[in-house]
Design a protein around this ligand. Structure first.
Ligand code: ZN
Length: 429
């Protein structure tokens, strides 16, 4: 058994990617699936089970339709493959959801692009094996590969050529489903007499066109990739991430006009895929050169920030500060981010960070306190300039007390060279 088959011929029959309205409905179902009463429901099981009927009623459909819809969303990569509630969004599905659900229209266009990327990514791993379709693109007739190699030099393909290309290993009746999905994936756009490649997701499309996929990947490998398109073993993973980066960089370009809520959503989206950057930091690569893309910079900052906050259990590290809320704390550079990057790097070095509340962060940044070599708080005599008895009180009570990062192996003590830099260049002595 070398492929996973999903039934005969009509691979898009009633399984075609859906309209936006339908996607919103299915996401209501994802939310409903988290209700405790459905926790043990096998949604793909007995359609007449009262709980399955009740679950389907959450989106006002019958349980058979509910199953078909969920399967389609799994097939196209919005929902993780599982037969049980709760349903979970995939990484890309979650990114789409976070952008799509923002008030206003500024992020909606980007959500739409992410949808296209999700569909394009999943279409790229399907192939036909006689009249079945499988999730292994090395298996036989890979439609996206054929399409990319059958357009003319301007990226054009006529209606009849596309029809033929689809009919070759499938049934002619599939043409409309195909057309719909290729258009919704934004790989193609409709033009007079046919279709043209859009040049969106160009990294992924180039890879599909040119990269020879390793024949070593097994049935269970492709199943794993289908479960998580960003799995390390997916040969297309990096190109999908590059195309995602292009979209996210565009969002960062308009960030200045976004509301606070939208900005937070964008930060959340960018930090969703920062694992690679966290690995870099773990391997001791602390540099953030200016040649990095905006998204890569944000991801590495986000990974750094998580590690610093984690080291102090998400509380302000000034001993007497009473701000304990994880929502309020920020990771603060000891040696400022903007300082010239040396050979070893300080920007993403977790030993160049303190977890502080916004007030303590401002005071530290302006030099109203620093640290001694043995990690004690040293309060500046100029603290009296702060016209707040409460804040002065907290700082004075913390004076000469040791800050204590968590004693875990993942924790990072501030490095002396950064502390000395702060003491000499920032501290108000
Ligand atoms: Zn504080």
């Amino acid at each position: 058994m070398s492929s996973v088959s999903y039934g005969r011929g009509n691979w898009f029959h009633s399984r075609s990617s859906s309209s936006i309205g339908e996607r919103e409905t299915i996401l209501k179902l994802v939310q409903a699936s988290k209700k405790p009463q459905y926790s043990s429901l096998r949604w793909s099981g007995d359609k007449t089970h009262p709980l399955a009927i009740q679950f389907a009623n959450e989106i006002s459909v019958n349980s058979s339709t509910m199953q078909t819809k969920i399967r389609a969303f799994i097939r196209f990569g919005f929902i993780k493959e599982s037969h049980y509630c709760p349903l979970e969004l995939t990484t890309l599905g979650g990114i789409w959801w976070d952008l799509h659900t923002q008030e206003g229209d500024k992020l909606k266009g980007y959500a739409n692009l992410i949808e296209g990327l999700i569909l394009a990514s999943y279409l790229s791993i399907y192939s036909f094996d006689s009249r079945r379709y499988t999730i292994n693109p090395t298996n036989s007739y890979c439609p996206i590969y054929e399409l990319l190699n059958n357009v003319d030099s301007s990226g054009f393909i006529s209606v009849s050529d596309l029809e033929m290309l689809i009919a070759e290993h499938s049934t002619t009746s599939n043409y409309n489903y195909w057309k719909k999905d290729l258009l919704r994936s934004q790989i193609l756009e409709e033009v007079s007499g046919g279709f043209r490649l859009t040049n969106k997701f160009s990294n992924l499309m180039d890879a599909v066109r040119t990269v020879t996929l390793p024949s070593t990947l097994t049935y269970s490998d492709w199943k794993k990739i289908h479960k998580n398109i960003l799995d390390d073993i997916n040969p297309y993973k990096n190109t999908i991430l590059q195309d995602l980066d292009t979209i996210l960089s565009d969002i960062l370009n308009i960030e200045v006009i976004l509301s606070q809520e939208e900005k937070e959503a964008v930060s959340k989206v960018i930090s969703t895929t920062d694992t690679e950057e966290a690995n870099e930091i773990g391997l001791g690569d602390y540099k953030i050169p200016h040649t990095y893309s905006k998204t890569k910079i944000r991801r590495k900052q986000s990974a750094w920030s998580k590690q610093v906050k984690n080291a102090y259990n998400y509380t302000c590290c000034v001993p007497e500060c009473d701000i304990q809320s994880p929502i309020l704390v920020i990771a603060s550079h000891i040696k400022k981010y903007a300082a010239h990057e040396t050979e070893t790097g300080h920007r993403a070095n977790p030993s160049n960070g303190l977890c502080l509340c916004p007030i303590c962060h401002t005071l530290f940044d302006k030099g109203y306190f620093t640290l001694s070599d043995d990690l004690r708080i040293v309060v500046s005599p100029r603290i009296i300039e702060i016209n707040s008895p409460r804040i002065i009180g907290i700082l004075n009570q913390s004076n000469n007390r040791v800050i204590t990062p968590l004693p875990s192996p993942t924790s990072f003590k501030p490095n002396l060279k950064f502390i000395r830099y702060h003491r000499e260049k920032v501290y108000l002595s």
